[in-house]
Design a binder for this molecule. Structure first.
Ligand code: APR
Ligand code: PHB
Length: 392
């Protein structure tokens, strides 16, 4: 059997795995990335696109920020709409900060190009990946590639293989704890080659359900509707989507909405999920492999970035300073930020969606919380500081 030797074996070639590989390799630490899918498949995934300032800084530090700098859109605020009115949360004024709108698909493309430029070792279409010996000094990963059994001997394994990956389940059931909330609705997303309805995002709460207006660039818009989990994309023609979106937006936005044929349309379930611990022996979990947030707080990619920030520093400290404090603290440090982002994403979801079993009292609570948010700078500041990203 052909054995490859590396320092850090990374399972998963999504944004978390690629960003970690890029940061470590730039500092002379050897990595190999194993990705189950083809590169085209990974790049075809349509995902979110709001970056916290911490993620923007880390992407720049990884030497992958040039196109983001050119094509990304800085947003100093966002709109919250309810009962046919809207108000703006001014991130800049309230916190001095902002976010960057730049698609995850674009970022993943930039990361692959940067890896190629450094002759990064990324194996695509691997199969039967198994992690071994991470509770010993002989960690290794076995897998099938191009029809043959292969093996990577390594010091550490980074599980960046998403929610459906194998890394998390390598942690013994006696050690692993999972926390989950599944929401009784999904998000129907539509991408259209049309100008955005607003130059900032609109988060709309409506009796018919939540709606979100987002964008990728001045000619590419992304919209979402809260839909019952049982719905299928086939039930939602583009016409029906636009009609329903107009109903849920304040009149001013509904009138200016430019519609067109969908480029992509899909339904995603909403879930809050956290796995603890995020480290077991020589195995570290990063990104969706350890946690999922409902997209209402735009935290999915940003949490993957902060995990990678903590893990890359911990591994650099180990290899360059023979100091394992970062490695020993990784799980607690990453989880502390993860739970705060989970709380924020859950509270935004609870505030802005209609729940099937909602009582009249629940509805009044939502309305009172929205009115409080509109009238209180303190409440707006709390939302703004969470939205732009809590410090690392
Ligand atoms: N072996 C190798 N690769 C695997 C395996 C496996 N057994 N299982 C999954 N993968 C790959 C997937 O094909 C995917 O490309 O791991 C990658 C995980 O990438 P993501 O799911 O994008 O997760 P992550 O890199 O943590 O990025 C988190 O993605 O889903 C969004 O909202 C989420 O924005 C967040 C970001
Ligand atoms: C997106 O642009 O796809 C997007 C933006 C903000 C969110 C979720 C998704 O909260």
């Amino acid at each position: 059997m052909n054995t490859i030797r590396t320092q850090v074996a990374i399972i998963g070639g999504g944004p978390a795995g690629l960003l970690l590989s890029q940061l470590l390799e730039r500092k002379g630490i050897d990595t190999v990335v194993l990705e189950r899918r083809s590169r085209d498949y990974v790049l075809a995934r349509i995902r979110a696109g709001v970056l916290e300032s911490g993620a923007v800084d880390l992407i720049r530090e990884a030497g992958v920020g040039a196109r983001m700098q050119r094509e990304g859109i800085v947003h100093d605020g966002t709109f919250i709409a309810a009962s046919n009115r809207g108000f703006r949360i001014d991130f800049r004024q309230l916190t001095g900060g902002s976010v960057m709108v730049y698609g995850q698909t674009e970022l993943t493309q930039d990361l692959y190009q940067a890896r190629d430029a450094m002759n990064g070792k990324i194996l695509h279409e691997v199969d039967e990946v198994r992690i071994h010996g991470v509770d010993s000094d002989a960690a290794h990963v076995s897998f099938r590639w191009q029809g043959r059994e292969r093996r990577i001997a390594c010091d550490y394994v980074a599980g960046c293989d998403g929610f459906h990956g194998i890394s998390r389940n390598t942690i013994p059931a006696s050690v692993l704890r999972e926390f989950e909330r599944v929401y009784p609705f999904g998000w129907l997303g539509l991408l259209s080659a049309t100008p955005p309805v607003s130059d900032e995002l609109i988060y709309a709460s409506h009796a018919r359900g939540f709606a979100l207006c987002s964008m990728r660039n001045p000619a590419l818009s992304r919209y979402y509707l809260q839909v019952p989990l049982q719905d299928s994309v086939e039930q939602w023609s583009d016409e029906l989507f636009w009609e329903e979106l107009r109903r849920r937006l304040p009149a001013a936005a509904a009138e200016t909405l430019v519609t067109g044929e969908s480029v992509e349309k899909s339904i995603a379930p909403l879930r809050s999920f956290v796995a603890e611990p995020m480290r077991w022996g020589r195995l570290f979990l990063c990104g969706d492999a350890a946690h999922i947030v409902p997209p209402t707080g735009a935290k999915g990619l940003n949490l993957a970035a902060s995990d990678v920030y903590y893990l890359s520093r911990a591994l650099l400290q180990h290899y360059h300073e023979q100091d394992d404090h970062g490695i020993d603290d990784y799980s607690a440090t990453a989880l502390s930020r993860v739970w705060k982002a989970e709380r924020f994403s859950w509270s935004m979801t609870r505030l802005l969606h209609r729940f099937p079993d909602q009582s009249d009292f629940d509805l009044r609570m939502q309305q009172a919380e929205l009115e409080y948010l509109e009238s209180s700078l303190a409440a707006q500041t709390a939302l703004a500081e969470n939205y732009i990203g809590l410090p690392y």
